[in-house]
Design a protein around this ligand. Structure first.
Ligand code: ATP
Ligand code: MG
Length: 389
């Protein structure tokens, strides 16, 4: 076993809890540097399991599966924030794990997450905790219209119900199974942005440039990253807040912080993801270090150097909807026409079945100038049937 302060060198095996697309892209990055990988995911066809040297097909809570992952791996990371924190804690008793279970537990729970933001002095949307009928009955009227969100296990806008009036609150809580929730005030968003940082065990912290994100139907649709896409002062505030949040967690690994920018220019933190993030995918093709290489470096205790973006970038998310022609019937999108546009790189996750709202892949577009990257991305969007932005 590698001593705890020394780098884990290429040739070693790195483990990933979770076999989704984020795990797959971590596996690709690790393999490109000569590491071997082990993925734990119950799905025999999971995107990461399909490309990893080892694939342990068990649930996250299977002690034997976890022990096998620890036995194979010099260190283990996670790609999915809903991995039970108990599984990470059990693994940590057997091998190095980052991010730590305690940090993942904060990101898994909107109530704890918001308490952490307050500790770090970073403002979030006005909210109330709704865990009991009594709390539901005393929700301040000023929070309406609002969004009721389950405290745990939400993603891609799932586990959320919009609540127009106080009268609609009880039905919304019923619809979410009366689980512990937070009610957030519905805010007038001017735009959304996110920041990805990588923090090493020694406290070194580096970041990618601030990403500007467009969500549609609660799911990320487009990310744009280039100079001038956000006011500089705003980007600096977002960076400072993201670093404070990571430092406050003593975080080791890649952390994404999502922000809301309101029409009056104020910046509020939305949520954190304890892993690489959809809004960081452009870094694969537009930066000298991708978010997955940063994850690898933090896990393997390799030096963290500041990533540099070398090309203006636009990322288009490719949802399963694109496989369904307007008149019905399923067909692959026009890849050849899209790839005929200079500066496009297609990433698909190897999912067999396209479903509406399912993340199937993404298209990274880069260009010599922001205008060129945007123009190409808009052409690609038109070919794919993605609404212009
Ligand atoms: P993901 O996992 O994709 O990040 P999620 O299910 O965790 O999504 P949120 O990030 O809470 O969901 O919300 C998804 C989107 O819904 C936000 O990016 C934003 O566009 C919108 N949204 C969420 N909360 C609010 C709010 N309080 N006011 C206005 N819009 C909001
Ligand atoms: Mg979100």
């Amino acid at each position: 076993m590698t001593p705890p302060d020394e780098p884990i060198l290429p040739g070693s095996t790195l483990g990933v809890l979770g076999g989704g697309q984020l795990g797959r892209m971590f596996v690709h990055a690790a393999q490109a540097m000569g590491y071997r990988t082990a993925v734990l995911d119950a799905d025999p066809e999971s995107p990461a399991g399909l490309v990893s040297q080892h694939h342990i097909c068990t649930g996250y809570d299977d002690p034997q599966g976890l022990a096998e992952l620890a036995r194979l791996s010099a260190a283990v990371t996670t790609e999915f924030e809903n991995v039970p924190a108990a599984a990470l804690a059990a693994l940590a008793a057997q091998c190095p794990v980052s991010p730590a279970a305690a940090a993942v537990a904060v990101a898994q729970d909107r109530v704890q997450e918001k308490a952490h933001f307050a500790r770090c002095g970073v403002a979030c949307a006005p909210y109330a905790v709704v865990e009991t009928a009594a709390q539901l009955a005393t929700v301040p009227a000023a929070l309406l219209p609002g969004i009721l969100k389950t405290a745990r296990l939400g993603y891609d806008g799932k586990g959320q119900v919009r609540v127009p009036t106080a009268g609609a609150l009880a039905a919304a809580w019923d619809a979410l199974g009366r689980q512990p929730c937070v009610l957030e005030k519905m805010l007038p968003l001017a735009l959304e942005c996110s920041v990805i940082v990588a923090r090493g065990a020694d406290g070194t912290i580096v970041h990618l440039p601030v990403q500007r994100n467009l969500h549609r139907g609660g799911i990320l649709a487009v990310t744009e990253v280039f100079a001038g896409n956000l006011p500089r002062a705003l980007a600096e505030r977002a960076l400072a807040a993201a670093m404070a949040i990571a430092d406050g967690l003593q975080y080791v690994g890649v952390l994404c912080t999502e922000f809301f920018v309101l029409q009056d220019g104020s910046l509020l933190v939305n949520e954190i993801a304890p892993r690489p993030h959809n809004s960081g995918h452009y870094s694969q093709d537009a930066c000298d270090l991708s978010q997955f290489e940063l994850q690898l470096r933090t896990l393997a205790r390799l030096p963290l150097t500041p990533p540099r973006q070398h090309s203006p970038a636009v990322m288009l998310n490719l949802l399963g909807d694109l496989w369904f022609a307007p008149g019905g019937g399923e067909q692959p999108p026009p890849w050849a026409a899209v790839l005929a546009l200079p500066g496009t790189r297609l990433h698909l996750y190897g999912k067999r079945e396209a479903r509406r709202g399912r993340k199937m892949g993404h298209l990274n577009v880069s260009g010599a100038t922001p205008e060129a990257a945007r123009a190409t991305a808009l052409q690609a969007a038109a070919l794919l049937g993605i609404e212009a932005f």
